[in-house]
Design a protein around this ligand. Sequence first.
Ligand code: ADP
Length: 194
Amino acid sequence: MFNLVLFGPPGSGKGTQSEQIVKTYQLQHIATGDLLRDEVSRQTALGVEAKKYMDQGMLVPDEVVIGMISSKIDEMPDARGFVFDGFPRTRTQAEALDKLLEFKNTQIHLVLSLEVPEEDLIARLVNRGITSGRSDDNQEVITARIKEYNLKTEPVARYYNEHGKLERIAGHHPVPETFKLLTKHINKYLLPIA
Ligand code: ADP
């Protein structure tokens, strides 16, 4: 098994790059933002709770997200590996993920951090808001999301760096160039499936 965390602030391109990575290496994509939006649209109890936080650009409580990830991993026992996108976003989530994977005799092998200047992020997110229909893609909520990121999520990079797993990647290039940079690191662990 090969497990990757794609790390980076809102708007850094995690979603776009994850989609290409899972196709190229036949991995399973686990994106907490997408899973949460699905719960919201189905108006499940979890979704109703999560929406309160998401609409304000705040992180959903750890126990909610960790429970959701745990059952998602259990749904795919035969996976070749996972790409975690938008998770973990706090140190508590990172520690919980390590425990979950350890229980399955596996681990996080690599964390690729997409680094994009803050002014580029805001421009990308505002732009996406025009077409995405996402209720959290407006200037006010975007600012709150970036603040949450700097406060609670950035420290997760330190956690993985301490474990020798973090690689920082310039994320301001066009999509194909960034993808190439990411694959250079992944290829050390896993070869693309033709
Ligand atoms: P982005 O990274 O562009 O902000 P996401 O789709 O990853 O978008 O997340 C959207 C929102 O969903 C976040 O602002 C947060 O409220 C919630 N969310 C997603 N993943 C997590 C997580 N791992 N922990 C807590 N909240 C999360």
